[in-house]
Design a protein around this ligand. Structure first.
Ligand code: GLY
Length: 336
């Protein structure tokens, strides 16, 4: 088992990575927990054993259910059961489950302990790590949420065996991102080591800027490398592209844009394409998407404080770059 510590302000918690990691649940629950509220989804079918009284609630699948209504439903069930502040929530699922259950745990009794058991590659290398939780509003994704750090994350690599190919592909898009955030050759590693390396990179970033200072150039926002175009593509394609697939195109785009701005050279752009190809990810814009619409969506990216804002590679590494000229953003779109 590989254990990566995540150091945040109030404490350090372990991310345990390897075959069978979910069976460590009883060992990572805080002392004195008497009841565990498991949150999962029908169809996930991954069982956990808390070693104490436990009840499971399945939440519906799909972004349309990532809402305050689902959080209310969970909290009301927990209240009816009598879950106390000394008990715990365990989220078993992908990013939607850990985001919703994490936010419900952050809110219920003003905060109960939560353990995340991510069941997707994307959840293991991103969503379940670092304490971001939240739900959507009709006005936008993840607009309501909280930073609520789990007391442990159990990345059981056994559960990845049953994951659909598209879901694994999507996780590889997030993995590809980490190649450019630190000088580690993730491709040389086996899967548990690769997940652990990605978690370690994310843990280092989160330790430096846990609450994502909106003015930090090289803070937590660098985890959004490749995401400005990715979010626009997800919206524009009606989520036909999965998140990590969109991130892959977004990484190729960010590299092209950085080259246009004189921040990186041809070899570094080639390195992006080499990594994306190694993960068997497409780096071209999908057919039929309108550049005007993508520019419009990127202009309204919620992280943009000053004009068109991107996370771009450069001589100092990956950092936030604001006020990018629309002509450059458009020309880079045409290049990919
Ligand atoms: N998924 C980006 C972050 O956790 O900050």
């Amino acid at each position: 088992m590989i254990i990566v510590p995540v150091a945040v302000a109030e404490r350090t918690y372990p991310v345990r990575i390897g075959p069978g990691a979910r069976h460590d649940l009883a060992a990572v629950l805080p002392e004195g927990v008497g009841r565990v509220a498991v949150v999962s989804q029908a169809g996930i079918g991954i069982t956990v054993h808390a070693g104490c009284e436990q009840r499971q609630t399945d939440i519906p699948d799909g972004e349309a259910h990532k809402t305050l209504a689902t959080v209310e439903m969970l909290c009301r069930q927990w209240a009816a059961w009598g879950l106390t502040r000394a008990d715990a929530v365990v989220a078993v699922g992908g990013g939607l489950v850990t985001d919703v259950a994490g936010f419900a745990a952050a809110s219920y009794h003003r905060g109960v302990a939560v353990v995340h058991v991510p069941t997707t590659l994307l959840g293991m290398v991103d969503a379940a790590i670092g304490g971001k939780t939240g739900v959507n509003l009709p006005e936008g994704k993840n607009l309501v949420g909280a930073f609520w750090q789990p007391c442990a994350v159990l990345c059981d690599t056994d559960v990845l065996a049953t994951l659909p190919d598209r879901e694994v592909r999507s996780g590889r898009g997030e993995l590809a991102k980490y190649h450019f955030l630190a000088d580690v050759d993730l491709l040389a590693l086996d899967l548990p080591e690769r997940i652990a390396a990605a978690v370690q990179i994310k843990a280092n970033v989160v330790a430096g800027d846990e609450h994502e200072d909106p003015h930090a150039l090289r803070g937590r926002a660098i985890l959004n490398y490749g995401h400005t175009l990715a979010h626009a593509l997800e919206i524009e394609t009606g989520h036909a592209l999965r998140h990590g697939e969109a991130v892959a195109v977004g990484l190729a785009y960010a590299a092209e844009l950085a080259r246009r701005l004189g921040r990186i050279d041809d070899a570094r752009v080639d390195e992006h394409h080499r990594v994306l190809a190694a993960y068997e990810l497409d780096s071209a814009l999908p057919p039929g998407v309108a550049p005007d619409r993508l520019i419009e969506l990127m202009r309204h990216d919620k992280k943009a404080l000053h004009g068109l804002t991107f996370v771009l590679d450069g001589p100092e590494g990956v950092e936030v770059v604001s006020d990018v000229a629309e002509s450059d953003a458009r020309a880079a779109l045409e290049e990919i």
